[in-house]
Design a protein around this ligand. Structure first.
Ligand SMILES: Cc1cc2nc3c(=O)[nH]c(=O)nc-3n(C[C@H](O)[C@H](O)[C@H](O)COP(=O)(O)OP(=O)(O)OC[C@H]3O[C@@H](n4cnc5c(N)ncnc54)[C@H](O)[C@@H]3O)c2cc1C
Length: 432
């Protein structure tokens, strides 16, 4: 019988989470999440932290709900703020842990942290990395991660030749005991960051995200079964404003409150009742995009960030962040991002393209600003999409958009630009 520690990162759910499934249950189980304190400090060049108030609030809500679910099953949750490797290593030593489980994350920093922990713990402690959260596991990809095609189309063609997505696994009914004497619980959000505790989305976004598995399931049920919006997804997914033009599942998928397989199962169940159509197919395709960026990030390692040292931002970059470029379509997107922590895919593409193509800005600064603002920030999807749009890295074909053409096509009556004509409260907490 072992004493196990589960190190949670972007996998804040009990169902379909292999970290909580045991062939032989351990004697005790310590579940820990460590918020990296470095993420709370403003980056010198950017002047903003890695995690902004909107995501921090969503994260705390997700952790609170996860703790409730763990308590119901006889377990608990410990949240620490500090250096993740130090915090986990200290708990392993202090509580005589002999096995640590962690998700095999796509992010380079997470991979480095796992490797550092393995080195610190040595051979006496088993450290197991588990695939979780994606449609496919590494073993079921039709190619080795190192041979991932440079384009999504080539990846998709290979995958679609013969693929079956494993079904999601239900949550465990009970969990092993909490180790005697181990600390539990976590600080209230206002003690960690007052701005995050007080953060509220601008109502013009038309939607408020709440962290946790239950809210994620409720959104999924609404999108598929209550509103039936999934039936029109392919036609509506490029709309810019409103609650139901796309699933808005990204924050729950990014924090791991939902897994891609759970969403996939739900879409297949909807298809079994209503019949598959272009829209349901397209939604699964978007989940496959997510998988692609995940595996691409695993392959690219540190180069995903194009060199982490950020350049000195120009005045044009600051104006872009604040929604003051003078192009109403782009300014609306940047104001919505700052005031709601979320943006449609079409608006993300245009905002990113404008920075890179029209302002000649550095894509890495743009990605870092998105990382600060987004509730749904996911390292592989954010940095991967930015690289893709900037035409750097694995696929160097130019992707830049003409934002004036795009505005004419996607916002022909200017209603989206008008909606955000008056700035909201920026991610810096100031009037823009
Ligand atoms: C510059 C830029 C930055 C981005 N940063 C992020 C990010 O940090 N986190 C993030 O989850 N997505 C990111 N995306 C991808 C995409 O814009 C969002 O996933 C999508 O807009 C979220 O809305 P939704 O949940 O309604 O998506 P839907 O259209 O309903 O799609 C369903 C799910 O598929 C996945 N998905 C859809 N499009 C993409 C895509 N292009 N790449 C990867 N996954 C996708 C998401 O998990 C999404 O929740 C970025 C896109 C761009 C252009």
């Amino acid at each position: 019988m072992s004493r196990m520690l589960v190190w949670l990162r972007n996998d804040l759910r009990l169902a379909d989470n292999p970290l909580f499934h045991f062939a032989t249950p351990p004697e005790s189980l310590l579940c820990v999440y460590v918020l990296d304190e470095a993420w709370l400090t403003p980056l010198p060049r950017l002047g903003a932290s890695r995690v902004g108030p909107a995501r921090l609030q969503f994260l705390w809500q997700s952790l609170i709900e996860l703790r409730g679910e763990l308590l119901k099953r006889g377990s608990d949750l410990l949240v620490r703020i500090g250096d993740p490797v130090d915090a986990v290593a200290e708990l392993v030593v202090g509580h005589d842990i002999d096995e640590v489980r962690v998700r095999a994350d796509a992010g380079w920093e997470e991979q480095q942290a796992t490797a550092q922990l393995a080195e610190r713990l040595g051979d006496a402690v088993i450290l197991s990395r588990q695939d979780a959260g994606t449609l496919l596991d590494e073993a079921s990809l039709p190619m080795a991660v190192d041979d991932l095609p440079a384009s999504f189309s080539a990846f998709r063609r290979k995958v679609e030749q013969d693929w079956s997505v494993p079904g999601a696994v239900p949550a465990p009914v009970t969990l092993p005991n909490w180790p005697a004497g181990a600390p539990r619980g976590f600080p209230p959000l206002d003690k960690v960051c007052e701005r995050a505790a007080a953060w509220a989305p601008d109502p013009r976004g038309g939607f408020a995200f709440t962290g946790g598995e239950a809210a994620g399931w409720s959104r999924l049920d609404h999108y598929l079964w209550e509103s039936g919006a999934v039936a029109r997804y392919k036609q509506t997914r490029n709309v810019l404003a409103g609650a139901d033009f796309s699933t808005r599942l990204s924050p729950w998928l990014s924090q791991g409150c939902l897994s891609a397989r759970q969403v996939h199962d739900a879409v297949r169940a909807w298809e079994a009742r209503h019949g598959a159509n272009d829209s349901s197919y397209w939604l699964v395709l978007e989940l496959l995009w997510r998988d692609y960026f995940h595996w691409a990030a695993r392959q690219e390692g540190a180069s995903l960030f194009g060199g982490r040292e950020l350049p000195v931002p120009s005045d044009d970059f600051r104006a872009w962040c604040d929604g003051r470029t003078g192009v109403p379509f782009v300014d609306a997107a940047m104001r919505e991002l700052a005031a709601t922590g979320w943006l449609s895919n079409r608006a993300r593409q245009n905002a990113a393209s404008y920075l890179v193509r029209d302002l000649g800005g550095d894509w890495r600064l743009g990605a870092a600003w998105f990382e600060h603002c987004l509730i749904d920030h996911d390292v592989a999807s954010n940095w991967g999409n930015w690289r893709y749009l900037a035409g750097v890295g694995r696929d160097t074909r130019p992707r830049a958009l003409d934002v004036h053409d795009q505005a004419g096509h996607y916002d022909p009556d200017g209603s989206y630009a008008a909606l955000w004509q008056v700035p909201g409260v920026s991610a810096h907490g100031e009037e823009t």
